[in-house]
Write a protein that binds this ligand. Structure first.
Ligand code: ZN
Ligand code: ZN
Length: 275
């Protein structure tokens, strides 16, 4: 049984569809994991539009969407995820960072899809959509024996990190999060322990980070330090800063690989299979 991970959007902050963002991609965060008979989607950035089109083309009828948080770059593709307009489709959207008492994820998506932001209100969507808040840290089990574990991340307004496990294989999705230099995040270390693949917020380099303390993001160097300490097998550098054009990303990729040969840079369209 394989687990397949596809990167539909790898960019942080804002989509940047320019000629200088071709090789690594300009769509914001969206990662699809195909496992057992399930489709698990992490985040609904602009990359989710093309994923939606492909799901419809392939006749897929259901998916689980897990949101790291609801900053724009992680939800701005949601209204353009065309399966939500099909009555044959069912979608469960889950978030762990919101206050249930203030309406949680339902209230956030409801507002996003309302006038004057968007013309199609959520209650008129044809798909069966369940919007669910969950307690971070409590494992969830999806059909097919897929387990989703989670931990809180260090980000303004909070965010959730995930670990998906199935039949001994594991992939972790951790964006957006800020590290404290010299103090590895214990929550993250515990979540990624021995994981096969760790997708990590590497918006900055260690040098750039010094100018962005408190902005809620981390570095590729910290990603490598965490993976090494937690004995994770592979790092995927993710959530690229819009100012990092293709040439900059190529330099980062070269340096990262030289530092740790099991580090790679996420590219839009990239597919990784865990056998
Ligand atoms: Zn982000
Ligand atoms: Zn954010």
């Amino acid at each position: 049984m394989t687990m397949q991970v596809k990167f539909w959007g790898v960019r942080g902050s804002i989509a940047c569809p320019t000629l200088r963002h071709i090789r690594y991609g300009g769509n914001t965060s969206c990662v699809e994991v195909r496992v057992a008979d399930e489709r698990v989607i992490f985040d609904a950035g602009t990359g989710i539009r093309q994923l939606g089109n492909q799901l419809l083309k392939k006749g897929v009828k259901s998916a689980n969407l897990f949101l790291s948080h609801t900053h724009w770059d992680h939800i701005d593709g949601f209204p353009f995820f065309t399966p939500i307009y099909q009555d044959s489709f069912s979608l469960v959207v889950r978030a762990g960072h919101l206050n249930h008492l203030e309406g949680g994820i339902r209230s956030v998506i409801d507002k996003q899809m309302s006038n004057p932001y968007f013309p199609v209100p959520i209650h008129s969507l044809k798909a069966q959509i369940i919007l669910e808040d969950f307690d971070v840290g409590t494992p969830l089990t999806l059909p097919g024996g897929v387990v989703i574990r989670s931990c809180p991340l260090n980000h303004p307004g909070q965010a959730t990190g995930y670990r998906l496990e199935h039949q001994g294989r594991s992939v972790c999705y951790l964006t957006d999060t800020e590290h404290k230099p010299g103090q590895p995040d214990e929550n993250i270390l515990a979540l990624i322990q021995g994981a096969d693949l760790v997708i990590y917020d590497a918006t900055y380099t260690d040098a750039e980070y010094l100018q962005h303390v408190g902005w809620g993001h981390s570095t590729w160097q910290e990603g490598i330090r965490l993976c090494r300490q937690a004995k994770a097998s592979n790092l995927v550098i993710f959530h690229h800063d819009p100012s990092h054009d293709d040439d900059t990303m190529a330099k980062i990729e070269k340096k990262a690989r030289k530092t740790w040969k099991r580090a790679m840079v996420a590219r839009q369209g990239m597919v990784l299979s865990l056998l």
